[in-house]
Design a protein around this ligand. Structure first.
Ligand code: SGN
Ligand code: CA
Length: 516
């Protein structure tokens, strides 16, 4: 039977295309997701530290979601939610030590069964081999996080090492894929960058670009965690204590790195992957930083402030290649006339702390990392320049893509299609959800963030650190957007607390989460 398929389909497709109005053609889907790119570092979200003109273009010519949240601010779990439209306790991938059960239903599989050609390039992080893709080329080195320079890939099951800078390679793979696609079918391409993930190694052309910049410190860089539970006090993700001198702050000279007995083997290994010309520039650029560190003998707050500046310089520099790459892909789509036929989505697997509460990394159900950037462009449906406060979650991506492709959303997907919001000039339809749910599981583990679940409503947040300790936090985000003042247990908020408790248990029931 299979042999005859093209002969039947071709004439039918030609007739169908001729007769159908343009709008009925299924859109291509370009789903761009970065790793740890937070809204504070995106100018479309008002981030003033760096400019991201190409991400901003997607927002300006489309829609910006201001209330999109991760349901577990960690890479593997967020990616599993995106693929399945289900929470971690249902899809099974609750923490980064899990292996994704690739036999379960995912949106790429459904798209593929329904006439889409599907592909993923870049970060995958789900351990089991991707299913549901005609083409896949995923990062494979460093526990599937990949390397910044000369990264290893697993491409349709074959190990390869690419030469160059990871963000540029992933961008080029995406463009090549679009170039080589079967033009008779729509495509769904997941373009997933490694950047700006730790340890923040910029492209050669961006090395040292922010060396003369001084970034504003968040006003809670020296948070003392008073009024909060033990959880933020007992984490291991602070700029003060956790950032390491070599891997994170790059405080080693080329001569030191060249020695066989250099103490940080992993840092030496990623440094050794760089070509000689890059090493040369790298050493020149970091020389000043190393000298300053070794001569100034900084301590206490002065040292934390200094480390914060170095962290920002490297993190923000890695976002530049991401934005440039997006510009390149948008231009390519424009050149081949597919820009307006493609729904373009930009997001990140979660947000990230840029010094807020004294932190880097993510994991906590606090605004900076629970919030995901989300902008979309598709002029056939979305009015340019919209912003929406409709509450959305990473489990909504799968149903949204299926809905946009005109396909039925499986009843067991827990997310909701965002199509009604896109269609109605960013307005959430009547009865739209008024809260989002969160559950973080990875403890004990790196960064020591205790397990917790909670809800965020349009104004409030309630968090239960249920494991190891049994403590709660509650915030009024209108009066306390930086979550500094825990109001849980305060008499004057007793009624509100009761109401939030009830919303929390409704969410746990609705999403069938009884894990604790
Ligand atoms: C690595 C990082 C952590 C980070 C996790 C998870 N350590 O283990 O800082 O939290 O990845 O990140 S590092 O020493 O290897 O840089 S995630 O985004 O992939 O979930
Ligand atoms: Ca991540």
């Amino acid at each position: 039977m299979k042999l005859y398929k093209p002969f039947f389909l071709l004439p039918f497709a030609l007739v169908a295309c001729k007769d159908k109005p343009q709008e009925q053609k299924k859109p291509n889907i370009l789903f761009i997701m970065t790793d740890d790119h937070t809204t504070q570092a995106i100018s479309a979200y008002g981030g003033r530290m760096v400019s991201t003109p190409n991400i901003d273009r997607i927002a300006n010519e489309g829609i910006r979601f201001d209330n999109c949240y991760a349901t577990n601010a960690l890479s593997g779990p967020s990616r599993a939610c995106v693929l399945t439209g289900k929470f971690g306790h249902v899809n099974g991938f609750t923490d980064n030590a899990k292996t994704f059960d690739g036999d379960q239903e995912t949106f790429p599989k459904i798209l593929k069964r329904n006439g889409y050609q599907t592909a993923i390039v870049g970060k995958w992080h789900l351990i089991s081999e991707p299913q549901g893709f005609d083409y896949w080329s995923i990062l494979s080195g460093q526990h599937e996080q990949g390397d910044y320079y000369d990264p290893d890939f697993l491409e349709n099951g074959k190990n390869i090492q690419e030469k160059g800078y990871v963000t540029d390679i992933i961008t080029d793979k995406a463009i090549e894929y679009i170039k080589d696609r079967d033009t008779s079918k729509p495509f769904a391409l997941m373009l997933h960058h490694k950047a700006p993930h730790r340890n923040w190694m910029p492209a050669e052309r961006h090395l040292g670009i922010f060396n003369d910049s001084v970034f504003p410190e968040p006003d809670n860089l020296f948070d003392d965690y008073s009024t909060r539970s033990r959880a933020p006090k007992e984490q291991d993700m602070s700029i003060a204590k956790t950032l390491t001198n070599y891997w994170d702050l790059k405080l080693a000279t080329g001569d030191e790195l060249a020695k066989d007995n250099f103490p940080d083997k992993r840092f030496k290994a990623v440094y050794d992957r760089m070509p000689a010309s890059t090493k040369e520039k790298w050493n020149k650029v970091y020389e000043q930083r190393i000298k300053e560190y070794r001569t100034r003998n900084m301590k206490g707050r002065e040292l934390v402030s200094w480390k914060y500046q170095q962290y920002m310089r490297d993190y923000l520099a890695t976002t530049l290649a991401v934005d440039e790459g997006i510009g390149k892909v948008l231009k390519y789509l424009e050149d081949i006339g597919e820009l307006d036929n493609t729904i373009i989505v930009y997001t990140s697997d979660q947000g990230f702390f840029l010094g807020e509460h004294g932190f880097f990394d993510k994991r906590f159900m606090y605004e900076e990392c629970q919030r995901m950037p989300l902008v979309m462009r598709y002029p056939k449906l979305i009015e340019a320049g919209c912003t929406t406060s409709a509450m959305s979650m990473n489990v909504d991506f799968a149903p949204t893509f299926l809905d946009i492709a005109g396909l039925e959303v499986p009843a067991d997907m827990q997310g909701k299609s965002l199509l009604p919001v896109l269609k109605d000039k960013a307005h959430a339809p009547a009865g739209w959800r008024k809260s989002v749910y969160y559950h973080y599981f990875e403890y004990p583990a790196e960064h020591s963030v205790k397990r917790h679940y909670g809800i965020r409503t349009e104004r409030y947040k309630l968090i239960h650190f249920y494991n190891d300790i049994d403590e709660w936090e509650m915030y009024d985000l209108k009066t306390d957007p930086k979550e500094m003042n825990n109001i849980y247990g305060r008499l004057e908020y007793a009624d509100l607390q009761k109401e939030l408790m009830s919303i929390l248990s409704q969410n746990r029931d609705m999403y069938k989460d009884n894990v604790e």
